[in-house]
Ligand binder design. Structure first.
Ligand code: BES
Ligand code: MN
Ligand code: ZN
Length: 494
């Protein structure tokens, strides 16, 4: 696990600085470090460096063994924190094989220090658990990142370094879970891994096994999981400080593998469906981080876990299931399974929240639709809501976290397409606007008076392209930081 330190002077063989362009001229931005900028700039220009985002160049240094230049792009007067976060992350990724690195990027305040610390830590990740003979060839990620800053002694900056460590620790947990193949991550093993960690963070755990789910009337989770030899579970974790200002429930889609069931997906690309539990991983990581940060927010995390498989016991198109609480669903397409497990969990989470004094908000996180990827691509997630005030607050949180989310509507006109001729609702409707239709389905399982957000992270959850910024190939851990920032915003309100 990567350590994050603050320092007022260079403390590593590796120094990372920024560079970019100002009025088309290459310029070095070395923060509070002392380097021989003029001669280094000459070298960089001679090399044809551009200073664009994700460009990382290593040169021999004088005060450090190597000096690493990470691209900041155009150096206008305002370099947003997310740009620093990404530049720090890109450098950290290129520094695998080194033990430590010291970051000297431009910063005006603790906000920038915080972003640099997060980016550097988040970029120091590798997933090598399943390498056998090739493990030795892998360069280990950085074990320590330090940030050079004149604020090194302030309590605020120290807290931001600790926070960056926590964010990295929990994001790495989520990435590890997402990257773990379904041969090694079943609903049961997911729940047990989380249980083992929970006591460490002072988080309570409850696991409903298949028998309990059947008995309790969780027809969505049972219906989706019934085709698999690996039985489904409902994982519930909760963090409740003595005093708290708000109470949230987070609900994450936890399909450990989505074959599509009897609506079998094409083989091409199916491997990425090991990431169909990214919502569940994000929810667990966010709850753990909120607990570690000791925020005055009570939060329940729910992860309906199931494997969507093809077998003689799998749900058939036209089967009818009964969601927790009694609504019936005609399963016209077993590949629209996420909404079924989420429906059970949303109803149960609201019920438990109500019994313990009421929820201020319920937020689900899911790799729910291919339509999300078509609409917003692989870098931007969607947010849908029944409460604009909560949504605006969440969008403020995302502008701090740097994660890209975009609001999407839930047009009532599309609701009729989910009507079933025989049950309360069907699990698919209009193909056009499929992301919104999925959101409308979930909305049926949420009390209209309970502020609710639905986050569709289908595209950004799993990076099938190449690494960029602090984002590796594979599981990304998207949504974790925004959930944490939302809880932080709620903590600082009266
Ligand atoms: N897990 C998929 C959605 C998905 C697609 C996530 C691509 C990440 C990348 C989900 O369970 C699914 O299969 N959705 C269907 C719904 C359809 C049958 C209404 C889809 O989007 O095609
Ligand atoms: Mn599916
Ligand atoms: Zn799915």
């Amino acid at each position: 696990m990567v350590k994050v330190k603050l320092t007022d002077k260079l403390d590593s063989d590796v120094l990372v600085v920024g560079f970019g362009t100002l009025k088309k001229n290459l310029k070095i931005e070395a923060g509070s470090s002392q380097i021989d900028s003029a001669s280094l700039l000459t070298t960089l220009v001679a090399m044809g460096a551009t200073g664009k985002a994700d460009e990382v160049i290593k040169l021999p240094g004088k005060t450090s063994k190597i000096i690493v230049f990470t691209g900041l792009g155009e150096l206008d007067s305002n370099i947003e924190p997310e740009r620093l976060r990404r530049a720090a992350g890109a450098a950290a990724r290129e520094l695998s094989g080194n033990k430590s690195a010291c970051f000297a990027l431009p910063s005006k305040s603790v906000v920038e220090i915080s972003a640099i610390a997060e980016g550097a830590a988040l970029g120091s990740y590798a997933f090598t658990e399943f390498r056998g003979k090739s493990k030795d060839e892998q360069k280990a990620p950085l074990l320590q990142v330090s940030i050079i800053t004149k604020f090194a002694d302030t309590a605020q900056a120290k807290a931001s370094a600790k926070r960056a460590e926590i964010i990295a620790e929990q994001t790495f947990l989520a990435r590890d879970l997402i990257n773990t193949p379904p041969s090694h991550l079943t609903p049961n093993s997911f729940a047990l891994r989380v249980k083992k960690l929970a006591s460490k963070y002072g988080v309570k755990v409850e696991i409903l096994n298949e028998a309990a789910l059947r008995k309790g009337g969780y027809g969505g989770i049972i219906g989706v999981g019934q085709g698999s030899a690996n039985p489904p579970t409902l994982l519930h974790i909760s963090y409740k400080p003595v005093k708290f200002k708000k109470k949230f429930a987070f609900v994450g889609k936890g399909i450990t593998f989505d074959t599509g069931g009897l609506a079998l997906k094409p083989a091409n690309g199916m491997e990425a469906m090991k990431a169909d539990m990214s919502g569940a991983a994000a929810v667990v990581a966010a709850v753990f981080a909120i607990a570690q940060l000791k925020l005055p927010i009570a939060v329940d995390g729910w992860a309906p876990l199931a494997e969507n498989m093809v077998s003689d016991t799998a749900t058939r198109p036209s089967d009818v299931i009964t969601i927790y609480g009694g609504k019936t669903v005609e399963v016209l397409n077993p590949d629209a399974e996420g909404r079924l497990v989420l429906a059970d969990a949303l109803v149960r989470a609201a019920e438990v929240g109500k019994k313990s004094g009421g929820l201020d908000a319920i937020i689900d996180v899911a790799t729910l639709t291919g339509a999300q990827v078509v609409a917003l691509g692989t870098r931007t997630s969607a947010v849908m809501t029944n409460d604009d005030e909560l949504c605006n607050q969440f969008l403020s949180a995302t502008s701090i976290s740097g994660e890209m989310f975009w609001p999407m509507p839930l047009p009532v006109e599309l609701r009729a397409s989910l009507d079933s001729p025989i049950a309360d609702i069907a699990n698919i409707g209009d193909r056009m606007g499929g992301m919104l239709v999925a959101g409308l389905f979930l909305k049926e399982f949420v009390d209209p008076n309970l502020p609710w957000l639905h986050l569709d992270i289908a595209g950004p959850a799993f990076n099938t392209g190449s690494a960029h910024g602090y984002t590796p190939v594979g599981g990304t851990g998207i949504a974790i930081r925004s959930l944490i920032c939302l809880a932080e915003l709620a903590s600082s309100q009266s």
